[in-house]
Each structure stands twice: as structure tokens, then as C-alpha cells.
Design a protein. Structure first.
Length: 294
């Protein structure tokens, strides 16, 4: 059974999608540019429809319609021709051609008996089998379909290229517009920030002066305490140094006195020893007999 091909930019119904999936032809998704004011175009979908009643122009090649960007759709190709009219859900029947009947006794023809002809042989009518009808008559060949697909593929590529160019131009314009707005906002914001900066600088300078004064006061207080402590330590040192000198001189005086006393004591001991030895000698001399000398 011949199935008409329908090229349409509109989305196919569910049954058509399921049928096209079974036939191996997937309907492409629409190509949408999401940018604000951007171009939107729908790629031509190739679908396979169920048998329909014969309507003039039912088998047609409909390219994608133009969109907001003014992209021109491809011109339809005249390769696909309408199929013979046929009621939906019916099968193609083999055409029966009435054949002439040849009676006995006629002279045989020198030409071949055409298919579907009837002949009477031995009182019986014999019918020559007829040739089957061509089921692919009027259908587009795969080569023509491939050529049309290539043509529409180029058309889709061209539309995509033009759409990308338009989107790129729109994006550049939008970026330039945003940049100009940002520059204007910068000017306004810089004025406010200058005032805010001056106020913050004054506040920071005031705080700096306060902290500097507090720091200098604390340093002066600590410096005074340090000078007082140093003076006290110096006074203590000089007092101890003076006392140390007094103690040293007293010690030297005591040492000299002790040495003098020791010298005198030694001299006394020596005198005592000398007198004792003299006395001993006299006593010994007296104890010896006369005429014996020591």
C-alpha cells in the first residue's frame, strides 16, 4: 500500500509520531532562539501519514514558514507527485482487463496472446493470467527523497546561519546598550561615592587624631614612670655605692689595726721567749759545777 509523504512545519499528532518512529523517520524538534526579541523558526518536519482520502494536493512538500527575522523558506520541490485517489483502509486490487474470447476454428495469430485473454480449448475457456499492477506507481523514489532531504538540509543550515547572525547582532547591540547604561550609572554612582568617600575620610581622620592623642598620652605616662623608676634605681645605686665605700674603708682600717695588734703581739711573744731563754741559761749555769763552761 502506498503511504503519502507529508512535509509540514506544524507538529504532527501522536499517531503520526508513533507511526514515523516505527518507519524510522524521527520528527525533528523545533529550533527556538530564547533571546528576547530573537528569531524563532521551526525546521520542516518529515512525517509519514496514514492513508487518507484522495484530496488534490494532499501529497505536498511544505517548507518551513518565515519567522520574525524574515528568513525565507525554501521553495517546494515538484518531485513528489500526488498519488492515485484511494479510500482510506483499502488495499490496491489487481486490475482485471476484459480479455477477448477466441473461438475454435479461428486462425491462430502470429502475435503472442496478450495477458488476461480468454481462449476456448476443447470446449473450455482458458484465461491467460494478467500481470500484477505496479504498487510503486506514482510514488517518489528514495533517490528523489534523498535529493529533497539534502535540499532541505541546506535550507535549514542557511536559516540557522542567518538566525545565528541575527542573534549575534542582537546580542552585540544588547551588550552595547548595557555597557552604556552601566557607564551612566557609574557616573551617578561615582558622584555619590565621592561624597561618601569624603565623609568617610573625615571620620577616619578624626578617629586617627583621637587615637594618636591617646597613644601619645599613654607613651608620655609610661615615659614618666620609666624616668621615675630609673631615677630611683640610680639613687639606690649611689647610696649603696657610698655605703660600700664606707664599708671598704672601715674594713681597711680594721685590717690595719689588726695587723698592728698582731705585730705587737708577736714582738711581745718574742721578748717573752728571749727573757725565758736567758733565765733558763742562768739557771743552768748556776746548776753546773764550777769550771764547766756552757
Amino acid at each position: 500500500m502506498a503511504l503519502p509523504l507529508h512535509f509540514s512545519s506544524a507538529p504532527a499528532p501522536e499517531s503520526v509520531h508513533s507511526l514515523s518512529a516505527r518507519q524510522g523517520l524521527g520528527a525533528p524538534s523545533p529550533i527556538v532562539f530564547p533571546a528576547a526579541g530573537a528569531c524563532t523558526f521551526v525546521a520542516p518536519a518529515v512525517t509519514v501519514l496514514q492513508p487518507q482520502p484522495a484530496v488534490p494536493g494532499s501529497v505536498r512538500l511544505a517548507p518551513a514558514q518565515g519567522h520574525a527575522c524574515g528568513l525565507a523558506a525554501a521553495s517546494p520541490s515538484p518531485l513528489l507527485a500526488p498519488l492515485p485517489q484511494q479510500a482510506p483502509g483499502t488495499a490496491l486490487a489487481l486490475a482485471q482487463v476484459p480479455a477477448p474470447v477466441l473461438a475454435l476454428g479461428q486462425a491462430p495469430s502470429s502475435t503472442l496472446v496478450p495477458p488476461g485473454s480468454c481462449a476456448v480449448v476443447a470446449g473450455e475457456t482458458v484465461t491467460m493470467p494478467g500481470q500484477p499492477s505496479r504498487l510503486t506507481a506514482g510514488m517518489t523514489t528514495p533517490e528523489d527523497i534523498a535529493a529533497q532531504r539534502q535540499e532541505y538540509s541546506h535550507s535549514i543550515d542557511e536559516q540557522q546561519r542567518r538566525g545565528e547572525a541575527v542573534l549575534s547582532q542582537q546580542a552585540a547591540q544588547q551588550r552595547e546598550h548595557l555597557r552604556m547604561q552601566a557607564e551612566q550609572q557609574k557616573v551617578v554612582a561615582l558622584g555619590r561615592w565621592d561624597q561618601h568617600l569624603r565623609a568617610q575620610e573625615l571620620l577616619a581622620e578624626r578617629e586617627y587624631q583621637q587615637q594618636l592623642a591617646a597613644l601619645r598620652a599613654a607613651a608620655a605616662e609610661q615615659r614618666a614612670a620609666l624616668e621615675e623608676r630609673a631615677s630611683q634605681l640610680i639613687m639606690d645605686y649611689h647610696a649603696r655605692r657610698t655605703q660600700q665605700e664606707v664599708n671598704r674603708r672601715s674594713y681597711q682600717q680594721q685590717v690595719r689595726q689588726w695587723e698592728a695588734e698582731q705585730s705587737q703581739f708577736q714582738r711581745g711573744l718574742q721578748n717573752m721567749d728571749l727573757s725565758r731563754s736567758t733565765k733558763d741559761q742562768l739557771r743552768l749555769a748556776q746548776s753546773l759545777p764550777q769550771g764547766v763552761a756552757l
